[in-house]
Design a binder for this molecule. Structure first.
Ligand SMILES: O=C(O)CCC(=O)C(=O)O
Ligand SMILES: [Fe+2]
Length: 279
């Protein structure tokens, strides 16, 4: 049986940096070999004849495979180890200072080289994907509301290689702007388009995880390099998260139940993170 030990993975300086900047690159969460394994699993989703299924998204060289129509979560048994990765769990528990977490999302993205000239490096509007539903008018700004998400890089992401863009300190700007007016959740087209902030690309290596605060403005970028960027997204929330987050892109269906193959792949920690067992 797995013991749910809580070993500190991040230093106090890294914790402070995360809360100041709203993002942090955690190096080597996976080994190079593990990263290669997951990159292959995801690249193998691309059909050999490159006939991109109708229900996938494909913009600007960025492919978003869907597991089934309307469901972006790749949570088959081969992906379960990522949801329950102990190092990443410990990072999240340390940052949120709370051990009873739930994990969601599991959507993937493949960003291939795209030479089309664009004014912006971004292939998406800067946006947030917060825990707070779009029809809610006010963020709570309580510790219970905060989610931390981000993505694994399964490939090396050099400058211009399609790395995720973030706005250093942007989560604090979102909070300040939202607190300054009534209905702050509704600003900037529900924070789906935040054109006035300046972003930077997060580079990294295969096996790294880019952590992002749920109020961090972010966007996908064009890949100008030969190698594809392969990434998978996860979000961790406290088990007393006040919002039902079953309605956001990347979330599995509400009341999702796992089959035997999936539950067999789960550790004690995984069963709790995935909501099979309560904490
Ligand atoms: O692929 C990326 O770098 C970011 C994607 C993203 O933020 C999204 O699809 O919501
Ligand atoms: Fe996003």
């Amino acid at each position: 049986m797995t013991t749910l030990k809580s070993e500190p993975v991040l230093s106090q300086a890294e914790i402070d940096t995360f809360w100041r900047d709203g993002y942090l690159l955690v190096r080597g969460v996976l080994t190079k070999q593990e990263a290669r394994h997951y990159a292959s699993l995801i690249l193998d989703l691309l059909p050999r004849d490159l006939r991109i299924p109708d229900h996938w998204e494909a913009y600007d060289g960025r492919f978003k495979p869907f597991n089934t129509p309307g469901n972006q979560s790749f949570d088959g048994p081969q992906f379960i180890p990522l949801y329950q990765n102990e190092r990443l769990y410990q990072v999240m528990a340390q940052l949120l200072d709370y051990p009873r977490l739930l994990v969601r999302d599991g959507s993937v993205a493949i960003t291939m080289r795209n030479d089309t000239p664009h004014e912006s490096d971004l292939s998406q509007d800067l946006h947030i994907d917060p825990a707070v539903p779009e029809d809610v008018d006010e963020f709570l700004f309580t510790p219970e509301e905060v989610e931390i998400g981000g993505c694994y890089y399964f490939t090396d992401v050099a400058p211009g290689g399609g790395g995720i863009h973030v706005v250093p300190g942007g989560h604090r700007i979102v909070e300040e702007e939202s607190r300054a007016v009534p209905r702050g959740r509704q600003l900037h087209d529900k924070w789906r388009n935040i054109p006035h902030l300046k972003s930077v690309e997060v580079t990294g290596e295969a096996g790294d995880f880019v952590l992002t605060h749920h109020l961090m403005p972010h966007a996908a970028s064009h890949n100008r390099r030969p190698e594809a960027r392969v990434a998978q997204f996860f979000r961790y929330a406290r088990d007393d998260q006040p919002w039902d987050s079953g309605d956001r892109p990347g979330d599995g269906p509400v009341g999702h139940s796992y089959n035997d193959l999936q539950t067999k792949a789960m550790t004690t920690l995984g069963r709790r993170l995935l909501g099979v067992d309560s904490w």
